[in-house]
Design a protein around this ligand. Structure first.
Ligand code: ADP
Ligand code: MG
Length: 332
């Protein structure tokens, strides 16, 4: 069974912001899916929806199947268990997620005590092991968050996410707040842990280059929808959707600090989710938009073997001889 299947997921915040508008994704154990898109495209909303962590009053539709069980409708007791042992999440900016008045070792040990029926001594031992797995000495367990660097704190967050041996890790901009050298170390760490423990990984970033370097597949989101999806390298080097192309041109180098927050060559902003333009939501910014792009919805369609893109120009391109190198990976 597929580890994670997201089917036609929609999320509408109280107040009417349609932040996710019909997303389909699938992830097998041991695979790494990158989710890219500018700020405001709905990436974090998607991440929160996967663990049902959205604010009260938010409406969701569709299904989020984790090992076949729908996270969106499961009972509260089951959801609590799933949040640690099934899937866990690593957020950006670890300083805000760690409790400043507790030692990091105790914070790692807490879920182990609660969810794994460990003794206090066993949980402390496990916290030390987890710290070593993420490249910190076990003795750092006695440190408080402010005594650690940003990169060390993010390592602690990863140790916490691994504490109950989850099957899926959702990492939302896990390295965005870090400088480039530390960013690369944390990415290598996440890659190693995912490979060693056969985890599924969903890694979210606005930086397509980082995702292309780390993930097997890439999904590019715009205005709450996936507009392109396929093998990571192919999407990064030869995007089929004009938005994905603009995004990959904006991140020519991995971790380039200059392009971090404002993609170059892409004027304007993503739409406000309470006023998404009709037709293709990207058409007001699109350099190759046709008249019908302003009126007709553009669903995802096959762009090449194992690739999908939601652009009117893809139809013409797909009938041309296949020049795509393709990828022996699984079809979606
Ligand atoms: P991303 O992670 O891609 O930057 P988000 O998922 O954080 O995007 O946000 C998507 C849209 O949803 C944004 O327009 C944002 O303003 C809106 N949004 C996020 N959180 C809330 C909330 N709690 N209430 C209302 N709107 C929200
Ligand atoms: Mg976000």
């Amino acid at each position: 069974m597929t580890l994670l299947e997201v089917e036609n997921l929609t999320v509408t915040y109280p107040g009417g912001a349609a932040a996710v508008r019909g997303v389909d994704l699938s992830l097998a154990a041991g695979r790494k899916l990158g989710v890219a898109g500018e700020s405001g495209c709905g990436k974090s909303t998607l991440a929160l929806a996967l663990l049902r962590l959205l604010p009260a009053g938010t409406r969701t539709g569709g299904r989020v199947l984790l090992d076949g069980e729908d996270v969106l409708t499961m009972r509260w007791g089951r959801l609590r268990a799933v949040r640690w042992a099934g899937a866990s999440i690593v957020f950006q900016g670890a300083m805000h997620s760690l409790n400043p008045v507790h030692r990091v070792g105790d914070q790692i040990a807490e879920p182990v005590l609660l969810h794994r029926r460990e003794t206090p001594a066993g949980a402390r031992r496990r916290a030390g092991e987890l710290l070593e797995q993420v490249g910190l000495p076990a003795a750092r367990a006695s440190a408080y968050p402010h005594q650690l660097s940003g990169g060390q704190r993010q390592r602690v967050m990863i140790a916490m996410a691994l504490a109950c041996a989850p099957r899926l890790i959702v990492a939302d901009e896990p390295t965005t707040a870090l400088d480039v050298m530390v960013q690369a170390q944390i990415l290598r760490l996440i890659e190693r842990l995912v490979a060693e423990q056969d985890l599924g990984l969903i890694m979210i970033s606005h930086d397509l280059a980082v995702l292309a370097d780390t993930c097997d597949r890439l999904a590019v989101m715009y205005a709450g929808r996936v507009v392109e999806e396929g093998p990571a390298r192919a999407v990064y080097e030869d995007a089929r959707h004009p938005y994905a192309r603009a995004l990959s041109a904006a991140f020519p180098r991995i971790g380039d600090p200059a392009s971090r927050f404002a993609p170059r060559g892409l004027p304007g902003d993503p739409p406000d989710p309470s006023a998404v333009p009709p037709g293709c939501a990207f058409h007001p910014r699109c350099p190759v938009a046709l008249e019908r792009c302003g009126t007709d919805d553009q669903p995802l369609r096959r762009a090449a073997p194992d690739r999908r893109a939601a652009c009117v120009h893809v139809d013409a391109a797909a009938t041309a001889p296949a020049e795509d190198r393709g990828n022996p990976g699984s079809a979606s």
